[in-house]
Each structure stands twice: as structure tokens, then as C-alpha cells.
Design a protein around this ligand. Structure first.
Ligand SMILES: [Zn+2]
Ligand SMILES: [Zn+2]
Length: 231
């Protein structure tokens, strides 16, 4: 039995995830291309705005012979959605957001010029994701976590096997997302961090919307906004 189990494990061995990040637009937003050896891809929060940024992102996908399966938004602030239409049209893919975030997305065409983004073109969502949904591509599966507070329909994408979570603007290295934008709420954000992100294992890597990655365990210990102090 032991030998058979070993063989089964070998044939079912995981195809390891690969994460390519780009820093785009004046807000220095992290855009993620997530893929594995199957060459299937999801793009998370494409912030590419000018032609050079769009070319950099598209070239990476084309040159690595990747196939874009889904376009995901953690939330729909302008810095995370600038490249939505480009990715949808260039790679003929569909946009997934949380339903509560649709009005935030719709507001961006009015807000964009106030941020100097006069060439922003909006893209409509195609599908909605909610807490507990699974996003599949290649050999990967992401669990959708509903983590409002920075934005009212903010979601995170957690891959349990690979121990990674794409958390948007909820939790940063030693910081948290701002809560002064429409639909933001400080207490809601802190609850999302404690009830959703901080219940993940300590060795899960957090890939945020801005800045470098961190670990759940590190933020639990040292994040000044939400560290878990021993009583
Ligand atoms: Zn944001
Ligand atoms: Zn952001």
C-alpha cells in the first residue's frame, strides 16, 4: 500500500506556481501575472496605463507563450483597473470582480481625470466572485476571501497548496490599506485582517497591491496597525 500511495502522490504532484509582478502607473501598483507549467495564466489587477507599461505586460505573456484564462480584480480603485480593457481585448478574456465592487468600478471613469488619468477606458465586469468561490486555472485553485474595509467589495485570492494570498490593498508590510475612500471603513478593515488573513497559516506569503511581499506570521507579530499581542 505504501508503494502505491507513493506512486499516486508522484503522479499527482503539484505543478508549482509562478508569480511575475510588475509595478505600474504613478501609484506604483503591483500587477501580478500568475501561472504554472500548463502555461495558463490569471492576471490580477492590471495597472498598466501608458503604452510602455501595456507593452511590457503583453510582451511577457506573449514571449512566455502564456494563455490568459481570467482577469481578476481584488478591488476597483483606479490604480488597479487602468489596464482592464487592454487585457480583456488583447487576450480575449473575462473580468471577475465582487458584485459590491461594481459601483466602485463604475465610478472610476468620473474619478480618473481627477487623478490625471485622462486616457482611462473602462471595462465592464463579466462575472462576479464572492466569499468561498474557487478560481481555477492550470493546476491551480484560488479560494476567494471577502475582505472589505479598504474598499466595500474587496476580495483576496488564496492558494492553500502554494501558501500564497493576493491581498490587494488590505494588508501591506507593516501597514494596512487606507480607509478614507468611498465605502472604506477602518473597523471593517481590521476585522477582515483578523478574521480572514490572520487565520491563514503563518508561512503564507502575502502579495500586496503595493510594496513587496510579506508573511502572515510577520504581520501578526510586527504590523503596528493590527499586530496580535499576547495577553
Ligand atoms: Zn485601493
Ligand atoms: Zn492600490
Amino acid at each position: 500500500m505504501g508503494c502505491n500511495l507513493h506512486a499516486l502522490n508522484r503522479t499527482k504532484r503539484a505543478i508549482l506556481i509562478k508569480i511575475q509582478s510588475f509595478v505600474f502607473n504613478p501609484f506604483q501598483e503591483n500587477t501580478y501575472v500568475i501561472y504554472d507549467d500548463t502555461k495558463e495564466v490569471v492576471v490580477v489587477d492590471p495597472g498598466c496605463y501608458d503604452e510602455d507599461e501595456k507593452k511590457e505586460l503583453a510582451d511577457f505573456i506573449v514571449e512566455n507563450d502564456l494563455s490568459v484564462k481570467k482577469l481578476l480584480n481584488t478591488h476597483c480603485h483606479i490604480d488597479h483597473v487602468l489596464g482592464n480593457l487592454f487585457i480583456k481585448e488583447k487576450f480575449n478574456t473575462k473580468l471577475y470582480i465582487h458584485p459590491t465592487e461594481e459601483f466602485v468600478l463604475n465610478a472610476q471613469k468620473v474619478l480618473a481625470p481627477h487623478y490625471g488619468m485622462h486616457r482611462y477606458e473602462e471595462a465592464a465586469p463579466d462575472f462576479f466572485l464572492k466569499e468561498g468561490d474557487r478560481v481555477e486555472f492550470g493546476d491551480q485553485e484560488f479560494l476567494v476571501l471577502f475582505v472589505p474595509g479598504h474598499s466595500p467589495g474587496h476580495i483576496a485570492f488564496y492558494n492553500e497548496r502554494e501558501k500564497v494570498v493576493f491581498a490587494g490593498d488590505v494588508l501591506f508590510q507593516n501597514s494596512i490599506g487606507r480607509t478614507d475612500l468611498p465605502g472604506g471603513n477602518f473597523d471593517t478593515l481590521i476585522n477582515s485582517i483578523h478574521q480572514k488573513l490572520f487565520t491563514l497559516p503563518d508561512d503564507v506569503s502575502v502579495y500586496p497591491g503595493h510594496g513587496g511581499p510579506t508573511l502572515i506570521g510577520n504581520e501578526k507579530r510586527t504590523n503596528p496597525f493590527c499586530a496580535v499581542t499576547k495577553s
